[in-house]
Ligand binder design. Structure first.
Ligand SMILES: Cc1cc2nc3c(=O)[nH]c(=O)nc-3n(C[C@H](O)[C@H](O)[C@H](O)COP(=O)(O)O)c2cc1C
Length: 169
């Protein structure tokens, strides 16, 4: 039995995300839960912890560097709709997401992008993301500010966002 506010997808959805400090993970888990979707975290082999992790993370993002990912098992063809989420790093894409997007063929895939941030730059993040999924259909994009500082507000935003999306139900 579906919980209140939970959306039953008859198509199969996947939520792929990278998260350094938990904000994007929070949104990804909420999405997967509400959509009964599979969840696929990406992990960067390079440590992004601490102040140096922050510094080099911002630098690598700005320089559009790729990285090495921990092994993952993601078969995009098994899904009708693919959510891809990342934090905004210096108004750019974290290397883990850039790397992953470069490793896959995106033709004819249906994608929803989401991004978490402190306060500004998401539009540039989305512009950059779009450029890495040539041939895909971008169904929607949504950013969330200061997620863990106000989880209830984030939950509400996610709920109303999903309710307003045409997910082909
Ligand atoms: C290297 C780095 C650069 C960031 N640059 C921005 C920025 O340009 N604009 C912004 O609003 N937030 C910025 N942030 C904050 C993160 O986008 C925000 O805290 C995000 O929700 C973190 O997601 P996560 O917890 O999933 O890692 C930056 C964070 C890091 C680590």
């Amino acid at each position: 039995m579906a919980e209140e506010g939970q959306i039953k997808l008859f198509k199969k959805a996947l939520v792929i995300f990278y998260s350094r400090s938990g904000n994007t993970r929070f949104v990804a888990e909420e999405l997967a839960n509400r959509l009964s979707a599979d969840l696929a975290p990406l992990r960067d082999k390079k440590s992004r912890k601490g102040i140096w992790g922050y510094f080099w993370g911002g630098f690598d993002s700005l320089m559009q560097h790729k990285t090495q990912l921990e092994d993952y098992n993601i078969e995009l063809n098994n899904y009708d709709l693919i959510f891809i989420g990342c934090p905004n790093w210096a108004a750019n894409i974290p290397p883990a997401i850039r790397t992953f997007l470069n490793q896959k063929y995106w033709g004819n895939k249906k994608i929803v992008f989401f991004c978490t941030q402190e306060s500004m730059g998401a539009e540039r993040v989305f512009n950059n993301l779009r450029g890495l999924v040539k041939g895909a259909e971008i169904v929607n994009e949504k950013y969330f500010n200061k997620v863990k500082e106000n989880k209830d507000a984030a939950r509400e935003q996610i709920k109303s966002w999903l309710a307003g999306l045409d997910l082909g139900l």
